[in-house]
Ligand binder design. Structure first.
Ligand SMILES: Cc1cc2nc3c(=O)[nH]c(=O)nc-3n(C[C@H](O)[C@H](O)[C@H](O)COP(=O)(O)OP(=O)(O)OC[C@H]3O[C@@H](n4cnc5c(N)ncnc54)[C@H](O)[C@@H]3O)c2cc1C
Length: 411
């Protein structure tokens, strides 16, 4: 452990301390007992590029233990056994967990149900007949899901999706290709968005339906794992659906109304990303601050030189700005405000600031900053990635500009 948890300006301090104690008690011993497996990429991933079976088993153990301790499903609806916690809690617990563990550790990330792969508000939209099966499996951490919206020709412009679902008797038949779907090589179920009324889709008034698809359904295939940053494996895939048949009960929410559910998921994701980025950035600044006070050059600790210390000061400025804007935005969302402009600002700013912070922290640590040992590179990869996932910085600016044009100039 390299850092303490401190979200003292919120009401979630006890919860975060509970999570920290859980990580220490349950997760760290698993990490220590499986260090080679978790740190040697040739063991972490299998030959197809997905996580290897022993790693998936460790992840499941953490999820199930966390669910039993009451943490894993805290963002799922209360009627399903979750806590139904809101945006501020989402920001704070991810900030706290990321600050505590830093980048590049697979198992701690399993403690809290991730919005794309774990229990989320979407489970509340699943047909009641599936509650004892699918929903319980996901709530308990035994099974995971994935979030299949993006496609090869529909990323930023998700309305351009072309996966189709056609009704056939009591079933729906799905055909199409999804891309970038995180956890799809490992999830037991996939949330898949598909066009069910093309005219409504073109008019952007609806026409997209959400389906819950068991990934062992005939016709569902993971075609390839997408590898990023020269890693030997990855968590995102391209998957294809060829005449995938699901019953009517696997429609999630209402027919033709799935796009709103996707947007709600993505909004959750933006607050999750803000928490993750602020926590990671705090971790990085502490590491760099510690190193630069002990490393000497030209007879003095390098922190004595403004060329170094001002870079750390810039990190502090951006962390404070990131955190205060995130907390303000989360409070607005929890009050029921849409806060569209603010949420887009938060996503753009916190992810871009996190990237700059990791870059500066690497720079002030010199060659050591580039080593695997210091783990900045992992955080830098993470921060680079979240400037694109969940909506790019340019799309955030497009959305902010649209709000301004509609007259939302208040702060
Ligand atoms: C690691 C990772 C995990 C992901 N996980 C998931 C997942 O689980 N489920 C899922 O559905 N999707 C997922 N995604 C997909 C993600 O949401 C998309 O990558 C993202 O929306 C951008 O789409 P794109 O990659 O197709 O880029 P494109 O849409 O092709 O954009 C390319 C460039 O054009 C810019 N651009 C596009 N439109 C505009 C505009 N109007 N104005 C200015 N610039 C513009 C973009 O900002 C970008 O710089 C993931 C992506 C990554 C990288």
């Amino acid at each position: 452990m390299t850092a303490t948890l401190d979200s003292a300006d919120t009401d979630y301090t006890d919860l975060i301390e509970g999570i920290a104690a859980f990580v220490k008690r349950k997760v760290v011993p698993l990490e220590e007992a499986n260090r080679e497996l978790l740190e040697n990429p040739r063991l972490t991933f299998d030959e197809k590029g997905g996580y290897s079976a022993p790693v998936l088993d460790l992840m499941r153990q953490v999820r199930e233990a966390s669910a039993a301790a009451g943490y894993y499903a805290m963002f799922a609806p209360e009627e399903l056994g979750g806590e139904g916690l809101g945006a501020l809690a989402l920001f704070c617990v991810w900030e706290g967990l990321s600050h505590l563990v830093g980048p590049g550790r697979l198992l701690p990330d399993q403690v809290i149900g991730h919005w794309t792969s774990g229990p989320s508000f979407l489970l509340g939209e699943v047909h009641p007949s599936l509650r004892d099966g699918v929903v319980q499996e996901v709530m308990s951490g035994a099974a995971t899901v994935c979030f299949g919206m993006s496609e090869p020709d529909a990323g930023s412009d998700a309305w351009a999706m072309s996966t189709r679902a056609v009704r056939d008797g009591d079933s729906w038949v799905l055909n199409g290709t999804k891309q970038w779907t995180s956890n799809s090589a490992h999830g037991k179920y996939a949330f898949v968005w598909a066009v069910t009324d093309d005219q409504k889709r073109r008019d952007r008034t609806g026409g997209i339906t959400l389906f819950l698809v068991p990934t062992d359904t005939p016709g569902f295939a993971v075609d390839s794992v997408l590898r990023l940053f020269e890693h030997v494996g990855g968590n995102e895939t391209i998957l294809s659906l060829s005449d995938v048949r699901v019953p009517d009960t696997h429609v999630v929410g209402a027919v033709d109304q799935g796009f709103a559910l996707a947007l709600q998921g993505v909004s959750n994701g933006r607050m999750y990303n803000a928490g993750h980025c602020v926590g990671m950035a705090k971790w990085a600044l502490e590491e760099a601050n510690r190193y630069t006070t002990v490393r000497t050059a030209f007879g003095n600790p390098i922190a004595d030189y403004q060329g170094v210390s001002f870079q750390l000061a810039d990190c502090a400025i951006e962390i404070y700005a990131s955190k205060t804007m995130s907390v303000d935005c989360a409070r607005r969302l929890d009050r029921g405000e849409k806060a569209r402009k603010e949420l887009n600002i938060v996503k753009a700013y916190t992810t871009e600031a996190c990237f700059r912070i990791f870059d500066r922290c690497m720079q002030v640590c010199g060659g050591m900053g580039l080593t695997n040992e210091m783990r900045f590179v992992s955080g830098w990869h993470f921060a680079r990635m979240v400037r694109i996932a969940d909506g790019t910085g340019e799309v955030m600016r497009r959305n902010i500009a649209n709000s301004l044009r509609k007259g939302d100039l208040g702060f």
